[in-house]
Design a protein around this ligand. Structure first.
Ligand code: UDX
Length: 439
């Protein structure tokens, strides 16, 4: 099938490459000519394990290209996947739909033959309905420019796997023809037998924000338990294992620590609250305020622990921060707990040195004031406390004994609860972790 992918960020670039790799003919469009040039040259503009191979294969097949031209897109494709970002609006909880709206405004007048636009971006409930009406009024082909919603659930770091082997597919459609087209597009994926849910567009939009709200709730639940463990003498990691054995609860997404960040969970729960407020039922998800607050409190807790570890003042102190990405196997620093903590401590007067295996360039763009070290060893040299804030394998497998002679004070705060406490203590470190006073 001939498809376009509108917006070539983490979602769109992955979707375009995977769809072409699965046999479709794909054109990707992005407003950023540098990104388009890189993608056409086989270079992934961000870090995503495995995507470079899929992109190379898809480009070599001749079924994939990238452009900045809307005419190219409209001439080439009959199916258009909308994959642009919907960040949090400045000064508000609501989602900023400017990229969605401008993409539809650019595409609509060029739709002179029947087309299906498939929204994948995370949007407030009701957006699909509004865009469907817009298309009908502004596309020369009128009502034959249809719209469906097909939310994505991909996790950074597993983007390729989640695209070609998703847990489920959700088709939010208003007519059978659109459902049939979606089934055809995803035939190479559904051949593996995952569940397909066909529903209306509003449900499809809600599925995505409900899923992310649930995940955020799960993480904040265990982080609330961590707060209690800290004062009651419990160990939240053991508690998570124990409750996680109950299959009704499940162990996944119960890792306590500095909490959730990234380009999705934080802004999605806020946009959900904003939209539900507009719909007049904000009380239904008032609890998401607490989920957000618990999450942010964990960041402050690390700052407090670090301050205590260095004797109550950050002046003249060097703090080593291991991790800048919002999670491992990603170079994404959007709303990263690690960087947020690093910046707070730097603003409080400490000298902060950050090391991350992949995210330092992005981090430096956002927080140029922090110092960035090229290795773990250089990051920790002469430091008064080491903060472990993103659980890269490199940090989990470092031999703490090699770091002990480098630091001024061997004190580590494990914000991700996955360093080997026994090994660090044996190497002479004071080991502290969120929610594990007895670990
Ligand atoms: C998320 C959803 O998982 C995905 O389905 C959706 O499409 C986009 O948003 P992503 O943002 O890539 O994906 O990251 P995810 O793996 O969900 O992690 C989100 C944040 O939660 C990270 O900062 C991570 O470190 C944190 N997290 C995750 C925890 O603190 N504890 C956990 O147990 C799991």
């Amino acid at each position: 099938m001939k498809i376009s992918v509108i917006g070539c960020g983490y979602l769109g670039a992955t979707h375009a490459a995977c769809m072409a790799d699965l046999g479709h003919e794909v054109i990707g469009i992005d407003v950023d000519p540098t990104k388009v040039a890189k993608l056409n040259a086989g270079e992934v503009p961000f870090y995503e394990p495995g995507l470079d191979e899929v992109l190379a294969r898809a480009l070599a097949s001749g079924r994939l290209s990238f452009t900045t031209s809307w005419d190219d897109v409209a001439n080439f494709a009959d199916i258009h996947f909308l994959c642009v970002g919907t960040p949090q609006k400045l000064g508000s909880y609501a989602a900023d739909l400017q990229y969605v709206d401008s993409a539809i405004a650019a595409l609509a007048p060029l739709l002179t033959r029947p087309a299906l636009v498939i929204g994948k971006s995370t949007v407030p409930a009701g957006t699909a309905q509004r865009l469907a009406e817009y298309l009908e009024h502004h596309a020369p082909v009128g009502a034959q420019a249809r719209l469906a919603w097909n939310p994505e659930f991909l996790r950074e770091g597993f983007a390729v796997e989640d695209t070609v082997r998703p847990d489920r597919l959700v088709y939010g459609v208003s007519d059978d023809e659109s459902a049939a087209l979606l089934a055809q597009v995803y035939a190479p994926v559904t051949v593996h037998g995952m569940p397909v849910i066909v529903t209306n567009p509003a449900t499809a939009e809600l599925v995505k924000v409900a899923a992310n709200s649930f995940l955020a709730t799960k993480i904040s639940f265990i982080n609330a338990m961590a707060e209690i463990c800290e004062v009651a003498g419990g160990d939240v990691a053991v508690l998570a294992d124990a409750i996680g054995h109950d299959t009704r609860i499940g162990r996944r997404f119960l890792n306590a620590g500095v909490g959730f960040g990234g380009g999705c969970l934080p802004k999605d729960i806020r946009a959900f609250q904003a939209r539900v407020g507009e719909l007049g039922v904000s009380h239904a998800i008032d609890f998401l305020d607490d989920i957000d607050a618990i999450n942010l409190r964990r960041r402050q807790k690390v700052v407090d622990l670090a301050l205590a570890a260095v004797g109550g003042t950050f002046a003249e102190k060097t703090i080593a921060v291991l991790g800048a990405a919002f999670k491992p196997d990603s170079d994404d620093v959007r709303d990263s707990p690690a960087l947020d903590i690093a910046a707070s401590i730097s603003n409080a007067g400490a000298h902060v040195r950050v090391y991350d295996p992949k995210a330092m360039a992005n981090a430096a763009l956002r927080f140029p004031k922090l110092e960035y070290a090229p290795t773990i060893e250089i990051a920790v040299a002469g430091s008064d406390v080491v903060l472990h804030l993103t659980e890269w394998q490199e940090f989990r497998s470092v031999d703490p004994a090699t770091l002990t002679p480098l630091v001024r004070n061997a004190h580590v705060i494990d914000g991700r609860l996955c360093l080997d406490a026994t090994a660090w203590r044996a190497a002479g470190w004071t080991y502290e972790a969120l929610g594990r006073p007895t670990a």
